[in-house]
Design a protein around this ligand. Structure first.
Ligand SMILES: Cc1cc2nc3c(=O)[nH]c(=O)nc-3n(C[C@H](O)[C@H](O)[C@H](O)COP(=O)(O)OP(=O)(O)OC[C@H]3O[C@@H](n4cnc5c(N)ncnc54)[C@H](O)[C@@H]3O)c2cc1C
Length: 536
């Protein structure tokens, strides 16, 4: 009888850990989630803004539809200075996504959906009350020591994915630092049930009469709950505020004399921190265990979900013998680059929101005053640049195309369709698969090659089989693009072909359906530009 394969171990059953387990299951890879808490009982709303491309990942594990159905969809952000609206944020899109730019839902609801899905997935074993306290690794795998109610236990796996949050035990056991800084000011975050009379949109107020000198952010959530987020001084004491009635006055200043109920309230200090590497041998770090950033921009969980996806396909490829060590190494290269970009963007936002000295405060006030009349100054007003997927332009897996210096790197700009970016979505039809109505439904289990015409398919399929062990599906764009939307979303030329990775990022854009160019780009995309990966 064949031995049962060792599972991938996942430390932490937060949203990133569970997403990773579900994604591994899609590749037939078993995992064991080790969660320290005795039961999964998430509290509070924390990450409320789910970005459309992160929802797409959740769609692959069967969780997006209920999240969208329960959540509040919004498409517009408004920013005010005192009583005057300064600017509006909208979200550019190439192609046609299945999801709105953002859906607001409490993190606790997202987690409940993920846990329910994982409980139904035979390849994901959920172990609550299992706190990771030690680990050892060698060429054969990783042995994780856990503390449980019954005592200490050792559990063996092929790899360990550390999703154990900001205070990650795994990161500490690996003696990895968490360099960065923390902010002095705190943020008071309350979920208030009331009828505010606002539209379902993000509203950010600089220096409103009801929080002079600081800012307030208001976000809609389901069931008439509003997230209200006040910047408060470093010595703010929530219990004192509650006891003195100051919290009630603060809420009243926003809701007026409408009835309200406090659903959840907490005060946070925000941090900008990054682990020096996201990989140590057979251990990968993901989510808050790897990076921690201010939530203005909603980049924490959204990027953690992309970490989970990046780690899952690479771990699965290595486990299945479709790729070697270089593919795992690319997890660190790609996801740490993404985290650095998120930290750069959120760091700039925090400099604007929480000036570090009198000079920065003076500059901020000048920008806000000028923005009342000068559209150029409005571009400098930074109330949070919202989450977007990273681009793996410089990744060793990406076949370069075009001039990387011409690539627009500022936040919130539609990216050109070049290798490294996430492939746009759009309506599509595959005769043999009536369930498929949009392009991204074809992604997630192997590579996809989009050939220009049906006549190119057989030739390219043969090249794929000779190039890599991983599964590759080849589709003719002319056959699946029945409405013409894909060609325009992909900005495709008549003979252009694309190689798409399992996570939907473009690995290559080929100027013709050339089998040799396809072979080279596929080998590069599994981390092995020189030859075939070693067998299992
Ligand atoms: C106020 C606030 C608002 C936010 N808003 C947003 C937003 O709008 N959008 C967004 O994208 N992000 C937002 N974030 C960030 C988001 O909440 C985090 O990025 C997200 O929770 C990270 O998920 P995770 O799974 O990596 O870690 P966690 O959610 O921290 O989960 C870690 C899990 O590991 C478990 N664990 C810990 N130690 C061990 C151990 N030794 N052994 C086993 N298990 C262990 C914990 O019990 C926990 O279940 C916000 C954060 C805050 C604080």
């Amino acid at each position: 009888m064949a031995a049962t394969p060792a599972p991938v171990l996942i430390a932490g059953g937060g949203p990133v850990g569970i997403t990773a387990g579900l994604l591994l299951a899609r590749f037939g890879v078993p995992s064991v989630v080790l969660e320290a808490q005795p039961a999964h009982a998430p509290v509070g709303s924390r990450a409320i803004c789910m970005q459309r491309d992160a929802l797409d990942v959740l769609a692959r594990v069967g969780c997006a539809a209920p999240i969208v159905a329960e959540g509040v969809t919004w498409t517009l952000g408004r920013t005010y200075y005192r009583e005057t609206e300064l600017l509006q944020i909208t979200f550019p899109e190439r192609g046609r996504s299945a999801f709105p730019p953002f859906v607001n839902i409490p993190q606790s609801s997202t987690e409940r959906r993920l846990w329910a899905r994982a409980a139904d997935e035979p390849l994901v074993a959920l172990r609550t009350g299992h706190r990771v306290v030690g680990l050892e690794q060698d060429d054969a795998g990783v042995t994780v020591r856990v503390s449980t109610a019954g005592g200490i236990e050792d559990i063996f796996g092929s790899h360990l994915l550390a999703c154990d949050g900001a205070r990650s035990t795994v990161r500490k056991l690996l003696v990895l630092g968490f360099e960065g800084h923390s902010y002095d000011d705190q943020f008071l975050i309350a979920d208030i049930r009331t009828d505010l009379g606002f539209a379902a949109e993000r509203r950010f107020f600089f220096d409103p009469a009801w929080n002079p000198g600081r800012q307030v952010l208001v976000h809609p959530q389901p069931d008439s709950v509003w997230r209200i987020d006040w910047q408060v001084p470093g010595d703010f004491d929530l219990e004192r505020e509650r006891a003195s009635g100051a919290l009630d006055q603060r809420v009243r200043a926003v809701v007026g004399d409408r009835p309200y109920e406090v659903v959840w309230v907490s005060a946070y200090r925000f941090h900008q921190r990054l682990a020096p590497t996201f990989r140590a041998g057979r251990v990968l770090l993901a989510g808050d265990a790897a990076h921690l950033m201010s939530p203005f921009g909603a980049r924490g969980l959204n990027s953690g979900i992309h970490d989970a996806e990046n780690a899952a396909w690479k771990l699965a490829f290595v486990r299945r013998g479709w790729a070697g060590d270089a593919l795992l190494a690319s997890y660190d290269t790609e996801r740490r680059a993404a985290a650095r970009e998120n930290l750069r963007v959120t760091g700039e936002t925090m400099r604007f929101l929480v000036p570090r000295d009198a000079e920065e405060a003076r500059r901020r006030r000048a920008v806000l005053e000028r923005a009342l009349t000068d559209p150029a100054a409005r571009r400098l007003v930074d109330s949070g640049r919202l989450a977007e997927p990273f681009w793996y332009l410089d990744s060793p897996l990406t076949t370069p195309w075009g001039d990387p210096d011409a690539f627009p790197r500022e936040p919130g700009v539609a990216r050109p369709v070049v290798p490294g970016v996430l492939c746009p979505d759009g309506p599509c039809a595959v005769p043999a698969r009536p369930d498929v109505v949009r392009l991204r439904q074809l992604f997630g289990s192997g590579f996809v090659v989009l050939a220009p015409t049906t006549a190119d398919v057989a030739n390219l399929e043969a090249a794929c089989r000779a190039a890599v062990r991983a599964p590759v599906d080849v589709y003719a764009l002319e056959a699946i693009d029945q409405l013409g939307g894909l060609a325009s979303a992909l900005e495709t030329g008549r003979r252009t072909a694309y190689v798409v990775r399992p996570d939907g990022h473009l690995a290559a854009r080929l100027d013709g359906p050339d089998p040799r160019a396809l072979t080279l780009s596929l080998r590069r995309a599994v981390g092995d530009p020189g030859g075939l990966p070693d067998g299992p």
